[in-house]
Design a protein around this ligand. Sequence first.
Ligand SMILES: [Zn+2]
Length: 236
Amino acid sequence: MKEKCVFCEKTKNLIKAHIIPKGLHKQLYSSGENSKIRVGASKRRMKRSPSGIWDKHILCSECDNSFSLWEKYGIEFLSSPVDKNKIICGPHGDKIAYSVYNLDCVKLQLFFLSLLWKASITKREEYATVSLGPYENIIKDIFLSENVNELKSFSILFRRAIKSPKIHLFPAFFRWEEINFYHLYLGDFEIRIKVDKQKLPKKFEVFSLKPQLPLVIFLSDFSGSNLEATIKKILQ
Ligand SMILES: [Zn+2]
C-alpha cells in the first residue's frame, strides 16, 4: 500500500525505516548482555531487540538512504575508543574529560538530529516521549539545506561512561538550566541536544559541538547514580 513519505511528501511504497540505524545496533550491541536493550517505557516491556525498532509508515527508501552518510559518520564516532593521549585530568589526577579533534561537526550534528527527528515522526509507542512540535519542520528544512547557521541553535553536549555496559535508552525530554533538551543514551554515551530558542548558557558553550574546535567529552563514573540503577534493572 502506498503512503505519504514524511520527508519528500510523495506518495509511494514506504520501507521499514529504523529509528536508530541498524548499523549502530550491530556495532554497539552485538554480543552478550549488551544486546539486551530497552525497548519500552517500562521494565515489563524491556526485551532483546538486536535489530532495533523500525516504522514502515514514515519514509521511502530514497529518503531513508539520504541519512546514511551521516549515520555512517555517527556510528564511527560512537564506536571510537577514548583516546588515552587526549585525556584531561583534574587536580587529583582523576580523569575528567577527553578531547576529540578534527570532527566533521555538521555531519555529526545532522546525525543526532536525524535520530531525534525520526523518533519524533514515528508513531511507535516506544518513542512517544519525543515530540518536537514545530521543530520537526525546522529540522527537516535543515536536512535539506544543511544550513550551518540554523544548525548552531541545536547545541549538543556529550558525556561518556568510564565503565558501564553499553546501553540504549530512549530519548527523553528534560529541562536543564531552564532550557529544553532531549537526552539519549547510545552505547556508553549520554548525548544532550538543546531544542529551545534560548541560548546555551556561556559556561556550557565551550563544551558543545562546534566547527573548527576540539570537542570536549566529559567522562563520568556512573557508580551509584540513577542511571546505574536503571542499567542494572535492565540487565537483570
Ligand atoms: Zn521520501
